[in-house]
Write a new protein. Sequence first.
Length: 144
Amino acid sequence: MRIKPYCIAILLLPVLLAAAPSLETFAGHKVLRIDIEGHRTTREHTIRREVHTATGQAFDPERWRADLQRLDNLDIFSSLNSNVQVTENGIILVLRMREIPPVVPYISYNVTDEDGWSFGPALKAVNLLGRDLFVAGYALFGGK
């Protein structure tokens, strides 16, 4: 009898998950710096404003999770993850992010009993000037 590869993967999944160190492992270590990678449109100060974990302080996993949640709540990143690099003097926190497109085109419409149907192009800037500002504009054609 031959074991299927996906069965092996399912059996090894708990081992792989247990092997990854949790954030609690690094609690109390000194934060040497916080590196931010992957942002192109978003300004670094916009990201750092949401991060309350400070360099030179002891690492608090709960605070770091709250920092990541605040960044996720901005709704300008399609993916957001972090990594911890251990050095002999402390830890380096690495934030990796991928931004959503800065401008999203879509079709807008409006329906009223008085004017009927109206359609038109629309644009939404979801991260205007890299400052987490949302602006939308549209033009409607049709109706009366």
